[in-house]
Design a protein around this ligand. Structure first.
Ligand code: FDA
Length: 405
């Protein structure tokens, strides 16, 4: 058996048949797992079907990789078991990844809301992770199509055409199906199912929402953005929302999309900084003004016009009864949108759902049923907020498995 590989490492080498662990997927979680285990002296095969490692890292954060968030906490992750992520996130923290980045002299900055980005390029993060994989311990094989996976006699055997490799541990790190055109697949789910693990229904998350019916009126606002508070169920986010030609996007909407379920409304407060009663105060202070002109003082003009049209409060505010003024204020504070869907996996930054945490150890990410089988990163039913949370989960879960294999 000869594994041949091409990465930034220079020569092609012959790889041994037997490994301590095989890691499927050389993305954020797989690279971290291989580096951690390799540094512990484990012999690792890291294998990917893409032509290079860490492709999502390279495009992340607009090419600057929002690699972690200073405010990481378990309640900023969605999962059927909200406690599952605590252990891994607690043992490998943002400070640990920042220390690694600092050791590699990669300059970074906080952009907003605790989000840390490279000053330079996401390429530095991929290069750092590759450097962290000891060449003597980690064999990296890209451009490989996995054609078979078997488990017998305590060993996992994988084949790629005529080539085979085996190990007592197999790590599923092939991520979720978001952005298929980048090579993302539901492969981890297929393998997990085959080994008897349950899958929490995968769904697009951190994804734009689409509007239909009468709400297509808002498509005319395409390109307009405003700071809002967006709500779905009990979740609420104060960030910018953006109207698009299909519906709603922007950070506040991407965040809320992870919590939104089909059939539910999304409430938007277009003036989240205003105290209750502000419109009545405006009526007293400027009775000759129209709602349109009051709104256009604090919102983009096109948005102010659209809301004033919809609110149908004609004429001067001073001529309107207070109860009408109150009703309009409440509508602006909790405008009900009824999305008819999302832009789907093609546009979703992550996949929510995935391999059920019920089948995994939260300490090691190992299957409770099948010794030696691990799942990490986005493949698992743990999904973070926008802003570096998902990479931190990839690092933390990859590190946890890397300590165990
Ligand atoms: P990841 O997707 O990184 O890696 C999976 C690997 O498995 C890939 O290399 C893939 O090629 C490989 N693979 C898939 N199927 C395979 C198969 N059948 N056989 C072999 N290999 C296979 N997060 C964040 O925290 N900050 C950010 O700035 C961003 N920005 C961002 C931008 C965009 C456009 C997207 C799409 C996503 C983000 N994210 C993000 C999310 C982040 O990229 C994501 O959470 C992590 O990459 C997940 O890491 P994983 O290693 O689990 O999967």
């Amino acid at each position: 058996m000869h594994w041949r590989f091409s990465t930034s490492r220079s020569q092609k080498v012959r790889l041994p048949h037997n490994y301590d662990a095989i890691v499927l997927g050389a993305g954020a979680a797989g690279l971290m797992c291989a580096a951690t285990a390799g540094q512990r002296g484990r012999k690792i095969l890291l294998i990917d079907h893409a032509d290079q490692v860490g492709k999502k890292i390279l495009i992340s954060g607009g090419g600057r990789c929002n690699f972690t968030n200073l405010h990481v906490a378990p309640d900023r992750y969605l999962s059927a078991n909200p406690h599952f992520a605590k252990s891994a996130l607690g043992r490998y923290r943002p400070e640990d990844f920042i220390a690694l980045v600092d050791r590699h002299r990669i300059a970074w900055h906080e952009k907003t809301l605790g989000q840390l980005f490279c000053d330079g390029s996401a390429r530095q993060i991929v290069a750092m992770l590759l450097e962290e994989c000891p060449a003597a311990a980690v064999d990296i094989a890209v451009n490989r199509t996995i054609t078979g996976i078997d488990h017998a006699d305590g060993r996992y055997r994988i084949s790629c055409g005529a080539d085979e490799a085996s190990a007592p541990a197999l790590v599923l790190a092939t991520g979720g199906p978001s952005i298929p055109k980048m090579g993302a697949t539901g492969f981890a789910y297929d393998v997990a199912r085959r080994f008897g693990m349950k899958i929490v229904e995968p769904r697009p998350a951190l994804v734009p929402l689409t509007l239909g019916g009468e709400e297509t009126l808002f498509r005319a606002l395409s390109g307009v953005s405003a700071p809002v508070a967006a709500r779905a169920g009990k979740a609420s986010f104060r960030e910018a929302a953006l109207f698009t030609h299909k519906g709603l996007s922007g950070p506040a909407i991407l965040q809320i999309s992870s919590y939104w379920r089909h059939g539910e409304a999304v409430g938007i407060d277009f003036l989240p900084d205003r105290n209750a009663g502000w419109l009545k105060e405006a009526k007293r202070a400027r009775p000759r003004s129209s709602l349109r002109s009051i709104l256009s003082d604090c919102l983009p003009t096109r948005l102010a016009d659209a809301l004033a049209d919809q609110a149908a409060l004609p004429g001067e505010l001073g001529n309107q009864p207070d109860r009408m003024i109150d009703a309009v204020e409440q509508r602006i504070a909790n405008w009900q949108f009824h999305p008819n869907g999302t832009e789907g996996f093609a546009k979703a930054e992550v996949t929510a759902g995935g391999i059920s945490t019920a089948d995994l150890s939260s300490q090691t990410m190992e299957s409770r049923r099948l010794p030696g089988l691990y799942a990490i990163g986005e493949a698992v039913d743990v999904t973070g907020w926008l802003g570096g949370y998902n990479f931190q989960w990839a690092w933390a879960s990859g590190w946890a498995a890397g300590q165990a294999i």
